[in-house]
Write a protein that binds this ligand. Structure first.
Ligand SMILES: O=P(O)(O)OC[C@H]1O[C@H](OP(=O)(O)OP(=O)(O)O)[C@H](O)[C@@H]1O
Ligand SMILES: O=c1cc[nH]c(=O)[nH]1
Length: 214
């Protein structure tokens, strides 16, 4: 399934507009906080798909029946751009374990690139609901390579992929290689530059949040 947040008008459009705006995005605090807010909103949407069970809660005046999720999804991200977005998920799934993956684009002489995974730090993902969140889903190669690596080791029960901005091509790439994954994005853009940056996108998410890499 593919869920696109901005298909429905909501206050989330404002956070997304500020992320894209070349002036507003210079405020690093707001840039990170807006990603966090969108992470919170997508976490809320994904929470509707978790399994629930009815429990009784003792209030000072009696018993209340509430449906509670029966599990804490594991929240993973790819360093470093995805960190603020992941924080949003962690704010809502406040008891969830987290996974961190270091991956980068290794550019070849031809200009093409391959994804190199340096390090994976994760709890056991067997029989879990795993949410992999990354701010940008451009070619989709980072997400696909990371998921392939994790799926080779763990029997993940349910896989969710979440991004702030995705390209049409990136979504197709994820669908082709991870057909069972549920995809949750805030917006989909049609184009990419020759260096695989999303257009109009928002620019370089990692640099805007954390500063230019040397
Ligand atoms: O879909 P893809 O084409 O694989 O590209 C997406 C990747 O690009 C961004 O990271 P970036 O390369 O900007 O690195 P950074 O997080 O270290 O800044 C983003 O956070 C993804 O990890
Ligand atoms: O548009 C893009 C693509 C990859 N990484 C980014 O930060 N932005």
């Amino acid at each position: 399934m593919l869920f696109i947040l901005n298909k429905t008008n909501s206050i989330a459009n404002k956070y997304l507009a500020e992320l894209r705006d070349e002036d507003t995005q210079q405020d690093r605090l707001r840039f990170k906080r807006n990603q966090e807010r969108l992470g919170e909103i997508l976490a809320y949407e994904i929470s509707k798909k978790l399994p629930y069970t009815e429990v009784e809660v003792q209030t000072p005046l009696g018993l209340a029946n509430v449906n509670l999720p029966t599990e804490h999804p594991v929240i993973g991200t790819i360093l470093r751009a995805g960190l603020p977005f992941q924080q949003g998920f962690m704010n809502f799934f406040d008891q969830s374990p987290a996974a961190f993956i270091t991956a980068y684009r290794k550019v070849k002489r031809s200009g093409d690139f391959v994804i190199k995974i340096d390090h994976i730090s994760t709890p056991n993902l067997d029989d879990t609901t795993f949410i992999l969140c990354d701010t940008m889903l451009a070619t989709g190669q980072s997400i696909v390579e990371v998921c392939k690596e994790l799926l080779a080791t763990y029997e993940i029960k349910t896989l969710h992929i979440a991004a702030v901005i995705a390209s049409t091509e990136g979504i197709e790439h994820v669908r082709a290689h991870l057909p069972k994954a549920n995809i949750w994005v805030c917006a989909v853009d049609e184009e990419m530059t020759t260096k695989a940056y999303i257009v109009p996108g928002l620019g370089d998410a990692g640099d805007l949040a954390f500063g230019e890499k040397v």
